[in-house]
Write a protein that binds this ligand. Structure first.
Ligand code: SAM
Length: 286
């Protein structure tokens, strides 16, 4: 069992470095010994596959990833943590810690410089306050990675993995399904963290697709349509699209009819193909 799941050890190292948890940075560190080995093995990290980790914290997941992979690059925004990590991960010589903001990081450059050959995966217990923007950044930038295995709040996991066209789906479900095949791996209870958050979490894996599941007339317009459709969740699709795309209601009704979609339909009822059909109809407007 890793010493990084021994609460007394973790508390001792953190206090030695004068570290106190920052809520604003989403700092809830894993202390349940069964979670990180499982996450690391699902991530695809191995002797030929490098890993990018976002937010290593005190290094509990980093340690498990470094046991499986030839190289782990961990990006941590908190200036206080590299000194902690130098101590907690001192037994490893295959970990690079970069003190930077994952929202601003140039990941293409990082991959070119740190992983010039071989496959790369992303694995992280994501700070909850930037779950969606980080995931969307990684996906939209089309990073050359095989899979993204992340822990997120359970509700976010449900939304991200929901099949478009089902009640639980949202704009992020359609975006995620466009780029990858998401799957729920396992749940993690709130008591697995120090300090314990208010809600449970889930580990999900996003396997990057080689080709999107549908052909969009225009990729940017497809995402604009999806965002507009979910802008006002409680309203009908035609109202949301009219507001979100700044189009007259009559034009939207016409284009929905041309795409074979009932006027009273709601965004969460739309499949990926139907979003593509709406995009084609909007595209045809010129
Ligand atoms: N991986 C550790 C674990 O599982 O115990 C820590 C996970 S904690 C939920 C999230 C981590 O992300 C924290 O270490 C936090 O400082 C870091 N973090 C927050 N915002 C970040 C950002 N913009 N870029 C990089 N790291 C960030």
């Amino acid at each position: 069992m890793s010493k990084l799941t021994d609460i007394n050890y973790v508390k001792g190292v953190l206090s030695k470095h004068g570290f106190t948890f920052s809520k604003a940075l989403g700092q809830n560190f894993l202390v349940n010994p069964s979670v990180c080995p499982k996450m690391a093995s699902f991530s695809g990290a191995d002797a030929q596959t490098g890993v990018i980790e976002i937010g290593p914290g005190a290094g509990v997941l980093t340690h498990e990833l470094a046991l499986l992979s030839y190289k782990v690059v961990a990006v941590e925004v908190d200036k206080r943590l590299p000194a902690v990590l130098a101590e907690t991960l001192s037994e490893h010589d295959n970990i690079t810690v970069i003190n930077d903001d994952a929202m601003k990081m140039d990941f293409h450059r990082l991959i070119q410089e740190e992983f010039p050959t071989g496959e790369v995966v992303v694995c992280a217990n994501l700070p909850y306050y930037i779950t969606s923007p980080i995931l969307m950044r990684l996906l939209e930038e089309r990073l050359p990675v095989k899979a993204i295995t992340v822990m997120v709040q359970k509700e976010a996991a449900d939304r991200i993995c929901a099949e478009p066209g089902t009640r639980a789906s949202g704009a992020i479900s359609a975006a995620v399904h466009y780029y990858c095949e998401p799957e729920h791996l396992f749940k993690v209870s709130a008591g697995s963290f120090l300090p314990a958050p208010k809600v449970d979490s889930s580990v999900i894996r996003l396997k990057i697709r080689k080709e999107p599941p549908i052909q969009a007339a225009d990729e940017r317009l497809f995402f604009k349509v999806v965002r507009a459709a979910f802008l006002q969740r409680r309203k009908t699709l035609s109202n949301s699209l009219s507001a979100g795309l700044s189009l007259p209601k009559a034009t939207v009704t016409e284009l929905l009819v041309s795409a074979g979609i009932p006027d009273k339909a709601r965004a969460e009822e739309m499949t990926m193909q139907q979003f593509a059909d709406i995009t084609a109809a909007v595209y045809a407007l010129g």
